[in-house]
Ligand binder design. Structure first.
Ligand SMILES: CC(C)(COP(=O)(O)OP(=O)(O)OC[C@H]1O[C@@H](n2cnc3c(N)ncnc32)[C@H](O)[C@@H]1OP(=O)(O)O)[C@@H](O)C(=O)NCCC(=O)NCCS
Length: 183
């Protein structure tokens, strides 16, 4: 992927159909040891309620972040709370640590707040996601059991005052129904 070194302006926008080939290259670059391309492809074509944001620099794709709308089941009943799952997030290796990931995440959180999403969940490094206000979540259980080591990585952030569900299980669309994504 060619990157223009002359342009420093990063633009955050919705994913465009012409980005799809670049998205594959981006994920292979950002996650050299993990193949997240099948998940991302499924999320983008599934028709599920997905917020898919890109970061471009000089017209080149340099970052991508996905927020998937999910539900919460309380005692096997689906509650009417609309929540979201953040991930994956990827920034081209050569451009990491320049605030691009942070800008995509902030933009997504702002949009979901306006859309009335109650809470956002993420399974990721707490030292990164705590920057955005995510905190370990012991109330809502992820769809697949986490190993002891991964438990602190299960975090959430409330987007609306007074709309936090106190217990339940996160219900995810089919793209996320793969135990290997949660181990
Ligand atoms: C994680 C990722 C999306 C962050 O995007 P980014 O644009 O590099 O991050 P930002 O510039 O917004 O933030 C940079 C800060 O976060 C820290 N950071 C970046 N990735 C981190 C991680 N996985 N864990 C902890 N801290 C991390 C950096 O050290 C930096 O810290 P500093 O501000 O103290 O220097 C990006 O580094 C990436 O694509 N990594 C590989 C793929 C990945 O692990 N994705 C997340 C899991 S889905």
């Amino acid at each position: 992927m060619r990157i223009s070194i002359l342009s420093t302006h990063i633009e955050i926008s919705d994913v465009l159909p012409e980005n799809s080939g670049d998205i594959e290259q981006l994920y292979r670059d950002a996650f050299p040891d993990e193949d997240l391309v099948p998940l991302v492809k499924k999320l983008l074509v599934s028709g599920d309620d997905v917020l898919s944001l890109t970061a471009t620099k000089g017209g080149n794709l340099v970052g991508h972040a996905v927020f998937t709308t999910c539900g919460i089941a309380v005692e096997n009943e689906t509650s009417d709370h609309r929540v979201a799952l953040l991930g994956p997030v990827a920034v081209l290796a050569a451009l990491q640590k320049q605030g691009i990931g942070g800008r995509m995440i902030q933009e997504g959180l702002e949009r979901l707040t306006v859309a009335g999403i109650a809470q956002v969940f993420v399974l990721g490094d707490p030292s990164y996601y705590s920057r955005f206000g995510f905190q370990e979540d012991g109330f809502i259980i992820p769809p697949y059991p986490l190993t002891e080591q991964w438990r602190p990585a299960w975090q959430s952030k409330s987007l609306q005052n007074d709309m936090q569900v106190q217990s339940g299980i996160l219900t995810v669309p089919v793209a996320w129904k793969d135990a290997s994504l949660w181990s």
